[in-house]
Write a protein that binds this ligand. Structure first.
Ligand SMILES: CC(C)(COP(=O)(O)OP(=O)(O)OC[C@H]1O[C@@H](n2cnc3c(N)ncnc32)[C@H](O)[C@@H]1OP(=O)(O)O)[C@@H](O)C(=O)NCCC(=O)NCCS
Length: 137
């Protein structure tokens, strides 16, 4: 059974070893992934069972007044197509419902997924330091 939670209590890097950041040439380690979760203002995790591994997660960073940005959403490949990604987005949007702006960047092929959840396409700009992709100090 998939369990959703917004607390990092008891979560260790060992819960994050399922293969997140799939396709990233220089992915963060599970230890760095845990730092990302702790550094986020909002987190929702999907776990396989109450104490099981994390199989999906979404984060937001917010000013707490008007705006939030959603940098990460990922569901492990073996768990996709079961509604977990949609549930993570819905849980997070519920946490952020008091804000005016909730933004994210995504590839065009994922836009229909987000549109079904109430988001709409817009244009954006990005800047990347690719040598910082792993997040290692
Ligand atoms: C996007 C993602 C989180 C969806 O998770 P999920 O648990 O499979 O989502 P759901 O089961 O709720 O919904 C799946 C639906 O979204 C569609 N979808 C998801 N990713 C898609 C993609 N890259 N291209 C096209 N359709 C996609 C699926 O086709 C499916 O549609 P269906 O219900 O009509 O079959 C997951 O595919 C993932 O982790 N992808 C890699 C990371 C990523 O792209 N994250 C988004 C960054 S902005």
């Amino acid at each position: 059974m998939i369990v959703y939670c917004d607390s990092l209590l008891g979560i260790t890097a060992d819960h994050l070893r399922g293969g997140f950041y799939a396709g990233w040439p220089n992915p963060p380690t599970p230890e760095t992934h845990l730092k990302v979760l702790h550094g986020s203002s909002h987190v929702v995790l999907a776990r396989d069972g109450e104490t099981g591994p994390v199989v999906g997660y979404i984060t937001a960073i917010s000013d707490g007044v008007l705006a939030a940005y959603i940098p990460h959403l990922e569901v492990l490949p073996a768990y996709r197509g079961q509604g977990i990604g949609s549930a993570l987005v819905k849980h997070l949007l519920d946490q952020l419902r008091h804000l005016y702006m909730i933004d994210l960047i995504c590839d065009p092929d994922v836009q229909p997924f987000y549109e079904r959840l109430g988001l709409r396409p817009y244009s954006g700009m990005i800047y990347r330091n690719y040598d910082r992709q792993s997040g290692e100090v």
